[in-house]
Design a protein. Structure first.
Length: 288
């Protein structure tokens, strides 16, 4: 299949390479020449503009930094340039309102489109083990699914347009809260004189069981191996967690949802990100 891929950064680079490995003809565009050169090495055909990449494409995949960029790329470059009937997949993490707006405009223009943000970081993008949460009409989902399968280990239809972004920000708000809660409990146990490894052994098999403790233990040398054991390098950057928490709080406001802990988690990550945006988000334990 001919697939245009726009946005070949940390995530998009590996995702486009996996589409090539699956036998697709990938037509790549990015503003960065370095990213384009890497895509060429991975077997993509590269283009000078998104418009050229989209011409002749049966599908368009995008992995871009934010909603404003996604909106402008689709409205100015993709719509009317991609062949009629092409399926459009935006895998970026963006605000729910923009995702819905762009999909609605795509539909008016005769395209099928889904929002398909991911769970999993750069290693999962490179390894083809991302989880995609997809919003859009059932017919659009059915067309998007085989393309997403080539880049991930799980593809879930979340609901109508915007449902993928909703799932993503609600999940990451929960993740931020469980990470801070896990860090607080571990440090408090330690301060009270309990060996943190003992606490891990007990809580990870008790009602404190949660992903941040069991699968991503934020204290070095305790529990499972995680970015904590690598000076908090790699993993999921604090700056990206903060981005998702901001999107979550924006959405909470429009939905009139009560999110006292989500709001507090955003404030804590905001303060932490000032100096530590590049560290894995579990490094927030260092503030306790
Ligand atoms: P990145 O900054 O590494 O990549 C974004 C790419 O988009 C860059 O190469 C940039 O040059 C390109 N770009 C920007 N504007 C463009 C335009 N107008 N036309 C074409 N290309 C353009 O970011 P990333 O880490 O790859 O993240 C991409 C998306 O994935 C974001 O929405 C992010 O929130 C989401 N995400 C990232 C991670 C992660 O761990 N990095 C995890 C899950 C989701």
């Amino acid at each position: 299949m001919k697939i245009a891929f726009i946005g070949l950064g940390n995530m998009g680079g590996g995702m486009a390479a996996n589409l090539v490995k699956a036998g697709h003809e990938v037509r790549a565009f990015d503003l960065s020449e370095e990213a384009l050169a890497a895509a060429k090495d991975a077997g993509c055909e590269t283009f000078d503009t998104a418009r050229e990449a989209c011409a002749e494409a049966e599908a368009v995949v995008s992995m871009l930094p934010n909603g404003a960029i996604v909106k402008s790329v689709y409205e100015d470059e993709v719509f009317a340039r991609a062949p009629e009937g092409a399926i459009l997949l935006d895998c970026s993490t963006i605000d729910v309102a923009t995702a819905k707006e762009v999909i609605s405009k795509a539909t008016e223009q005769g395209y099928a489109m889904v929002d398909a943000p991911v769970s999993g970081g750069i290693a999962a993008a490179n390894g083809g083990t991302l989880t995609f949460m997809v919003g859009g009409a059932t017919k659009a989902f059915e067309r998007a699914e085989p393309i997403l399968n080539a880049m991930g280990k799980a593809v879930i239809h979340a609901g109508q347009a915007g449902a993928g972004q909703t799932a993503k920000i609600c999940n990451n708000m929960l993740l931020a809260i469980t990470m801070i809660g896990t860090a607080e409990a571990m440090i408090m146990a330690q301060k009270l004189g309990l060996d943190p490894q003992k606490f891990y052994e007990i809580s990870s098999q008790s009602s404190g069981y949660n992903w941040s403790l069991n699968a991503y233990t934020p204290m070095p040398g305790v529990g499972v191996e995680s970015p904590a054991d690598n000076d908090y390098a790699g993993g999921f950057a604090t700056a990206l967690m903060l981005k998702d928490l901001r999107l979550a709080m924006e959405a909470a406001k429009t939905a009139d949802a009560t999110t006292a802990l989500g709001k507090h988690a955003k404030e804590l990550y905001e303060a932490f990100a000032e100096q530590n945006g590049a560290l894995d988000f579990s490094a927030i334990i260092k503030t306790l």
